[in-house]
Design a protein around this ligand. Structure first.
Ligand code: CA
Length: 223
């Protein structure tokens, strides 16, 4: 998953970005003003956008309005200050999905971020089930046919993305764009490595194949 953080307080932005990367395992891009944030939000396929309300230039409310007006359905989580309660109503009416009030606990922020992403993908449960595969996206555990499977961080992220899109063909570019930040092009050769690691660990060689490759098109999770 890939998250955009639009926040002008650099220290806070860095803390959020580190926390999202480390505890959720998502890729993170940062913007420090509303105009640039809006531009990045429109140019990249984010799975979640976190936007501060008070920003230099274009404020958070305007970013939300502009994105929704353009038809973007990405989940949006707004960061507000304690004295901005009235704006929260305007934000929610403009199409923001949730908000947190500063100072917030980073653990709570991550939990809300995960919930919004999950719901944005149409999942109501924190356990994704596919055939005999079970992925718990809250604690990042994976089981196949009841047996625990130990994955590296990147293998997990690839599998989680495929599981959210189960049944659909996912191109390598789509995987790269959702698993890495703006430098994603330089990782274009590693996806095959993660896919082959996943296949080995999921036992695709022995049992029923879960990850299928469609030549020239991408990968699909299907039994
Ligand atoms: Ca601010």
């Amino acid at each position: 998953m890939r998250v955009l953080v639009i926040e002008d307080e650099r220290r806070l932005t860095e803390n959020i970005a580190r926390s999202v990367r480390e505890s959720a395992g998502y890729a993170v891009d940062c913007a420090f003003d509303g105009e640039n944030g809006l531009f990045m939000a429109k140019s990249n396929p984010y799975d979640l956008i976190m936007v501060d309300l008070m920003l230099p230039g274009r404020d958070g409310l305007s970013v939300v309005q502009e994105l929704r007006r353009g038809g973007a359905n990405v989940p949006i989580l707004v960061l507000t200050a304690r004295d901005e309660k009235e704006s929260v109503v305007a934000l929610l009416n403009a199409g923001a999905d949730d908000y947190v009030t500063k100072p917030f606990d980073l653990g709570e922020l991550i939990a809300r971020a995960k919930a919004l992403i999950r719901r944005g993908k149409g999942e109501s449960d924190t356990v994704l089930r596919f055939h005999d595969l079970e992925m718990n996206i809250a604690d990042h555990t994976v089981h196949r046919d009841g047996e625990p499977i130990s994955l590296t961080g990147m293998e997990y992220r690839v599998l989680e993305y495929l599981a959210h899109r189960r049944g659909a063909v996912v191109s390598k570019t789509e995987l790269l764009e959702h698993l890495y930040d703006f430098n994603w092009e330089r990782f274009s050769n590693v996806i095959e490595v993660y896919i082959s690691g996943l296949r080995r660990k999921l036992g695709d060689a022995k049992g029923e194949k879960l990850i299928q490759t469609l030549r020239g098109r991408g990968y699909v999770l299907r039994a």
